[in-house]
Design a protein around this ligand. Structure first.
Ligand SMILES: Cc1ncc(COP(=O)(O)O)c(C=O)c1O
Length: 385
């Protein structure tokens, strides 16, 4: 019988993972600490316009949707949200699910069959891997962000069936960006399609936060975009966007869409309002991009290893799991919270703190963060004094 015990002793003594969040400061044991690992990239969680929209929907529609979208669960807000997402990411149509996880398992699980081949970047999110397992397709992993290795894998792959290449637009553990123009070229040579997960990309990269295609200034890079409504967009739910035909297919085939309750009214309204704010206030995106570049450069100059990060997600690579715990504990003493990510979520000896710059962090907050992260690094000998 499998043991269900979980050894929590070490982590509990150092870093609390589940704390009350008052972005960007948290109160812990009576102490006010700067939170550096939250996902509200755009700083819209708690925005009064988003809260008002959610409250109005709650009062109008109630707290639930009476089941699945295909039966009595669809409300006009779902369709408005889908239109807004499709327009925002430059696609003909979109479909909203109850979570990003449901999108990734549902889309891959329905679209891809055992006759097909999935070519998956080694570092994609777990939900995409779970979708791949559900599909029954042959799965071939290629080296992270390595189009040449992808090409080798495509040459080895069966010529029969669909070949779908799956990437994250921005990688959640590293903050680096998929080299999509090069991946597109390889895929075009081999007749493969591309699915990109924009979970850490929407609201974060591209001049106005429209994600990876805006970042590269090309709108022909992705065949199927997916994302979540729980990070830059401060709600819950997930979305897929592509052609009308594809969305129609998913509507009738994706099992988490067909057999799981629809996104709640307040969540749909919050997401819709946040997306509209993002459209109206691109300065939030500029702020994240400017401040994260500044933080990365200060940390780099101090000798910290921020890997290949190019975005608001900045890893500080510590090495062993113990080194990451110690660094997190020292950061907490220095007044900031950075949450450690350990193996197996990242490769062995590449444990790290994941620092996320949001639009709620002022330039003064980033100065405080830079200082605390440096001081803690000296104290734990991550960098030499
Ligand atoms: C890249 C990526 N895709 C998908 C998801 C799942 O999204 P959700 O939390 O909406 O289920 C996450 C969440 O952490 C993610 O980081």
């Amino acid at each position: 019988m499998r043991s269900l015990e979980w050894d929590d002793s070490r982590r509990a003594s150092f870093v609390p993972y589940e704390m009350e969040l008052e972005n960007p400061y948290v109160t812990l044991d009576g102490e006010r600490l700067l939170m550096l690992s939250g996902y509200s990239y755009l700083g819209l969680n708690g925005d009064h316009r988003v809260i008002d929209a959610a409250r109005t929907a709650l009062e109008h529609y109630g707290t639930g949707n009476h089941g699945v979208r295909a039966l009595a669960g669809t409300i006009p807000l779902h369709e408005e949200l889908e239109e807004e997402i499709a327009a925002f990411v430059s696609r003909d149509a979109a479909l909203v699910f109850s979570s990003g996880y449901a999108v990734n398992t549902g889309v891959i699980g329905s679209l891809v069959t055992p006759d097909d081949t999935l070519l998956v970047d080694k570092y994609v999110h777990a939900s995409l891997i779970d979708g791949a397992k559900l599909s029954g397709a042959t799965v071939s992993r290629f080296r992270h962000n390595d189009p040449e290795h992808l090409e080798r894998r495509l040459k080895e792959a069966s010529p029969h069936g669909m070949r779908l290449v799956v990437v994250d637009s921005v990688y959640s553990m590293d903050g680096d960006i998929a080299p999509l123009p090069a991946i597109r070229e390889v895929c075009d040579r081999h007749g493969a399609l591309i699915m990109a997960d924009e979970a850490h990309s929407l609201g974060v990269i591209g001049k106005t936060g429209r994600g990876i295609e805006e970042h590269f200034g090309r709108y022909d890079l992705v065949d199927l975009k997916v994302g979540t409504l729980s990070k830059a967009i401060p709600s819950m739910g997930g979305w897929a966007a592509g052609s009308e035909r594809l969305m129609r297919f998913l509507k009738f085939r994706a099992r988490p869409f067909l057999f799981s309750a629809a996104l709640g009214p307040a969540q749909a309204a919050a997401a819709l309002e946040a997306l509209r704010i993002l459209d109206l206030e691109p300065g939030r995106v500029t702020h994240i991009q400017r401040e994260s570049a500044r933080l990365r450069s200060v940390l780099g100059e101090a000798g910290l290893n921020t890997g290949f990060s190019e975005t608001a997600m900045i890893p500080i690579i510590c090495g062993s799991d113990a080194a990451a715990y110690d660094y997190a504990a020292a950061c907490r003493k220095a007044g900031v919270i950075g949450l450690p990510v350990l193996s197996p979520a990242v490769p062995n000896n590449l444990a790290r703190l994941r620092i996320v710059v949001t639009a709620r962090h002022t330039s003064a907050d980033i100065d405080i963060a830079a200082n605390a992260l440096r001081v803690a690094a000296f104290q734990t000998r991550l960098i030499a004094a």
